[in-house]
Design a protein around this ligand. Structure first.
Ligand SMILES: [Zn+2]
Ligand SMILES: [Zn+2]
Length: 128
């Protein structure tokens, strides 16, 4: 379990802020609620804050280099497993051959080619 993070209080900038939405998304990203997938569906809606107990759902994975599967990452982007699976399926990447230990994927943001482990992929599938 990661250490519990002290929830900082922060106040909304005076409206109309230039980037209130961006600030909120940045805060959510820092808290792990939102990943780099542009259509991330795990983060809370504005009216519906996510309770701390859902933190386990907020685990994110990075895309590993094909030559070193399971180690490192090809880019700085990280994704909720379920977001990654959705994005890859939309983009035509499969991972349906369950005999393969790694699933070839393309980063939904920068299109770098890499892979995730079968475990990471199946975790995403199971939480879709
Ligand atoms: Zn996400
Ligand atoms: Zn990327």
């Amino acid at each position: 379990m990661p250490p519990r993070r002290e929830r900082k209080t922060w106040t909304l900038p005076a409206a109309p802020g230039p980037s209130l939405r961006q600030r909120v998304e940045q805060k959510e990203r820092e808290a792990g609620l939102r990943c780099d997938d542009p259509s991330c569906g795990v983060g809370p809606s504005d009216e519906d804050p996510v309770p701390e107990m859902l933190a386990e759902l907020m685990k994110q994975v990075s895309i590993h280099p094909l030559l070193h599967p399971g180690k490192g990452s090809v880019c700085e982007h990280t994704f909720h497993p379920s977001c990654l699976v959705s994005a890859e399926r939309v983009a035509g990447w499969g991972g349906e051959d369950k005999a393969e230990p790694h699933v070839e994927v393309s980063c939904p943001v920068c299109r770098d080619l890499g892979c995730v482990t079968r475990d990471e992929w199946e975790e995403g599938v199971s939480t879709l």
